[in-house]
Design a protein. Structure first.
Lengths: 175, 337, 100
């Protein structure tokens, strides 16, 4: 039993990362767009799990709230509206699939070599700034003091987006 | 028992107990709903199965489990199977952080006092909000995958409604969070034990929370996603047997969750009613009584109010609840500062 | 804790999958979803370096990235909705009005 638990706590991150890659592939290669969005939802939840393993539980919860609670609902909503009309059977992938895949595989391999060649130093066992087991207060403190200007800019961005989305989708607007 | 074993056994037992109690209270809830509404309408309600119809929920459950499991021919099988699971798993996961009482040793059964919550996360309230926001996908995907028009319409309505009412619901909880200065469920109750229950200083927040909680759980008078006169049964029209039972369970589990949050955040959790502490009623009974009161409000509203029209529903959510909740946050923040 | 290199390679693969999706899929909605995968890969890097260097800046920036991602999706979906109203499809092959 204890061996099992230590095994899981040690390899949990690897398991999460492996499953995340599978679901991410599902997002791109599903034939049905709704299957894609289900895969995207699972990916987001798993990424939240990865954040949790990296001592960032506030970010993990925000990830769930923003992505699972907001963004993907928008996607599903849009998909349901689009799926009401039968789209004619189009090819799913374009002609450059093989070339793109080759280029991206090359990019990933080159960067992986770079990553393995860079000495990042050992992983710190204890973290002080990122308060272990409760980063909420620490993040909030930094957000509202050091990073107050980007925070305000972000709120202006959201306001602009709100206005923009309404203007774009309002009935009278002719594109 | 050594330390690790205790760390495994106690949470496992807690999880089993909490899930059993939640599932049983869903059974009780279905019976109570029919009885309460029947009495409000001067009827008797279920009387046939058992004394006063007490065995009716068990008969209903047996009926659901033994029904034929129908899958529409044109349904998307994978998503059709996934949807009930996506509905019920978040509903049950939210019970992870609900503190049903103070730390206890269970009458000296355990050496060290253990918390009555399965896990006392320090971001408990955020965790509940995050997990419950995933529950909407069960409804959305269930409605889509049935490949039928009424479920799709129900799902679209439900998506718009839940997303709209999640905003004022969250904003309403922020007032008490500001007063308690913590996100931990336990911490919020302890903050109320020092002063008064947050329902008094945060009365408007409590009203908004109640209204939005009813909307979040798709209950009357906000039950447009399953308005039977217009949409047959809404998003679960094509579901039958066990899969329908899952949706049903998820709906009632969600009601219990929002009642638990209301109890913890506004009604003082496991604390006794001021002035009645001399009765020495155990904390968990107080918690259950308060939750029962909040659940009764659900039934009361259902028996009293007619259904909103869709545009009224959206207008009241966006033009009334959100501004009032924002003003409440401003005033609370000023007072706390 | 596992070495930071492994997480970096993982996020690189996730980013690669996102790029693949944008390059080879023809459905505008799925291209947007792939963009989200890329944003998440960037966020994972920020978080893992915040853990490695013991700096809060990474976590704060992850929040900003999420904010920008949400804005991007809202505007992107609004544009797609407008295009869908105009053309009746979301396949980008059909949006070739500027082609000579």
């Amino acid at each position: 039993m204890e061996a099992l638990i230590s095994f899981f706590s040690h390899y949990m991150l690897y398991i999460l990362m492996g499953v995340t890659i599978l679901t991410a592939v599902g997002v791109v290669y599903s034939k049905n767009a709704v299957h894609s969005v289900v895969a995207l939802l699972l990916t987001m939840i798993l990424v939240a799990g990865i954040y949790l393993m990296l001592d960032a539980e506030f970010i993990a919860v925000v990830q769930l709230l923003v992505y699972a609670g907001g963004i993907i609902v928008l996607f599903v909503f849009m998909l349901l509206l689009v799926a009401l009309h039968k789209d004619e059977a189009l090819r799913l992938f374009n002609t450059y699939t093989m070339i793109s895949l080759g280029l991206i595989a090359f990019l990933v391999i080159v960067l992986a070599v770079v990553f393995f060649g860079t000495p990042f130093g050992p992983v710190p066992e204890t973290v002080t700034h990122i308060v272990k087991g409760g980063s909420t207060e620490a993040v909030a403190g930094a957000l509202y003091s050091t990073y107050i200007l980007p925070f305000e800019i972000a709120s202006v961005l959201l306001l602009v987006v709100m206005v923009g989305a309404i203007v774009l989708t309002k009935e009278r607007v002719k594109l | 028992m050594d330390f690790t074993m205790i760390n495994i056994v106690i949470p496992t037992v807690k999880i089993l107990i909490v899930f059993t109690v939640v599932l049983l209270s869903v059974l009780v809830m279905t019976y109570a709903e029919r009885k309460v509404i029947a009495f409000m309408q001067v009827r008797l309600g279920p009387m046939r199965v058992g004394p006063w119809g007490l065995l009716q929920p068990i008969a209903d459950a047996l009926k659901l489990f033994s029904k034929e499991d129908i899958i529409p021919t044109m349904a998307d099988k994978w998503v059709y199977y996934l949807a009930p699971t996506l509905a019920i798993v978040p509903a049950l996961l939210t019970f992870l952080v609900v503190p049903f009482g103070d730390q206890t040793t269970f009458f000296g059964l355990l050496k060290h006092p253990t918390s009555m919550a399965i896990s006392d996360l320090n971001i408990g309230l955020l965790y509940i909000l995050a997990i419950s926001s995933v529950g909407i996908y069960g409804i959305l995907l269930g409605g889509w995958s049935s490949n039928s028009k009424y479920p799709l319409l129900g799902a679209l309505r439900s998506a718009a409604q839940i997303v709209s009412y999640e905003v004022p619901l969250t904003l309403a909880i922020i007032g008490p969070i500001l007063m308690a200065n913590t996100l931990s469920m336990k911490g919020i109750v302890e903050a109320q034990s020092k002063g008064m229950w947050f329902v008094i200083p945060q009365f408007f927040a409590f009203l908004i929370y109640t209204a939005c909680a009813v909307a979040e759980t798709n209950r009357a008078p906000y039950d447009l996603p399953e308005a039977e006169q217009e949409l047959v049964a809404g998003f679960h029209t094509e579901y039958s047997g066990m899969k329908f039972a899952f949706f049903y369970l998820a709906e009632y589990a969600n009601m219990i969750v929002v009642s638990a949050i209301a109890t913890v955040v506004f009604l003082g959790g496991w604390l006794p009613v001021p002035g009645l502490a001399f009765l020495h009623i155990p904390a968990i009974i107080w918690f259950a009584l308060k939750m029962g009161f909040f659940l009764f409000i659900f039934l009361w509203l259902r028996a009293t109010y007619p259904r909103y029209r869709y545009d009224q529903l959206m207008a009241i959510g966006w033009k009334f609840f959100i501004p009032v909740a924002l003003i409440n946050i401003f005033v609370t923040a000023l007072l706390v500062l | 804790m596992i070495p930071v290199t492994h997480v970096l390679v993982f996020s690189m693969i996730l980013f690669g999958i996102g790029v693949t999706g944008v390059l080879i899929r023809r459905n505008a909605l799925i291209m947007l979803m792939s963009l989200e995968l890329m944003m998440n890969a960037a966020n994972i890097n920020l978080i893992v370096f915040a853990r490695q260097l013991d700096l809060l800046a990474g976590q704060v920036f992850a929040i900003f990235v999420m904010c920008v991602a949400a804005s991007e999706v809202a505007i992107g979906l609004a544009i797609i909705a407008a295009l869908f109203k105009n053309k009746g499809t979301v396949q980008i092959d059909h949006f070739n009005g500027l082609k000579g």
